[in-house]
Design a protein. Structure first.
Length: 198
C-alpha cells in the first residue's frame, strides 16, 4: 500500500482504477447507456477539474498569500521558485479543463446556447442560473490565463522584466486572484442551484 501512497502518480492511477471498479458496478447493475454515460463522464471530469481549480484558488487566497509575510526571507525563494510555479501550472490547466469540459457538457446536453444567452432564448430559469455560472467561470478563466498567470510570471521572475515591475505585477495578480475568489462563491451557487433548485 505504501508503494501506492508514497508516489503521487501511483495514487492517482489507483484512484482511477477504483473509479473504473465503480463503472463496472454501474454496468453490471443497470446496463450501459452511451448517451447517459457520455454526459456523466464529462460532468465528472468537469467536477474533478473544478475541484482542482477552485481548491488551488482557495489555497492561494486562504493559505499562501496571507502567510507569505510570516515566512522568513531566507525561506521565501522556496515558495517563489518551487511551490508557486508548480501550483500555478496545475491552477491554470485545471481552469482550462474546467471550462472545456463544462462547455462540452452543455453542448452534449443541448443547452449551450440557451445557457450562454442566460435563458433569454427559451425563458427557462435553469438556463439562466447555469448561464450565470458559466459566464462567471469564463471571466475567472480569462483572469487566470490573461491576467494572473502573466503577472505571476513577472512577479516570480520567470520572465525577463525590470525588477521594479515585480511588486506591481504581484499586486495585480493578487487582486485578480481575489476577484476570482469573490466570483467563485456566486459561480458555485449558480452551478449547484441549476442542478438542484430549478
Amino acid at each position: 500500500m505504501s508503494a501506492i501512497l508514497t508516489n503521487l502518480r501511483n495514487t492517482v492511477i489507483a484512484g482511477f482504477v477504483l473509479a473504473l471498479g465503480l463503472f463496472v458496478y454501474y454496468y453490471v447493475a443497470q446496463g450501459y447507456n452511451s448517451d447517459d454515460f457520455g454526459s456523466f463522464t464529462f460532468r465528472w471530469l468537469h467536477v474533478i477539474s473544478g475541484v482542482m481549480w477552485i481548491g488551488l484558488l482557495w489555497y492561494f487566497n486562504f493559505v499562501q498569500i496571507p502567510n507569505m509575510s510570516k515566512i522568513p526571507d531566507d525561506q521565501k525563494p522556496a515558495i517563489g521558485k518551487v511551490i508557486a510555479p508548480a501550483a500555478l501550472f496545475w491552477f491554470r490547466w485545471a481552469a482550462m479543463a474546467t471550462i472545456a469540459t463544462g462547455l462540452i457538457l452543455a453542448f452534449m446536453n443541448s443547452y449551450l446556447l440557451d445557457a450562454l444567452t442566460l435563458g433569454l432564448l427559451d425563458g427557462v430559469a435553469k438556463h439562466t442560473a447555469i448561464g450565470i455560472g458559466m459566464w462567471l467561470g469564463i471571466v475567472m478563466w480569462f483572469n487566470v490565463w490573461f491576467v494572473i498567470w502573466p503577472n505571476q510570471q513577472i512577479a516570480l521572475g520567470m520572465v525577463n522584466a525590470p525588477a521594479d515591475a515585480k511588486p506591481a505585477a504581484a499586486r495585480k495578480a493578487m487582486l485578480f486572484s481575489r476577484t476570482n475568489t469573490l466570483l467563485s462563491i456566486p459561480m458555485l451557487f449558480s452551478m449547484v442551484s441549476a442542478q438542484n433548485l430549478y
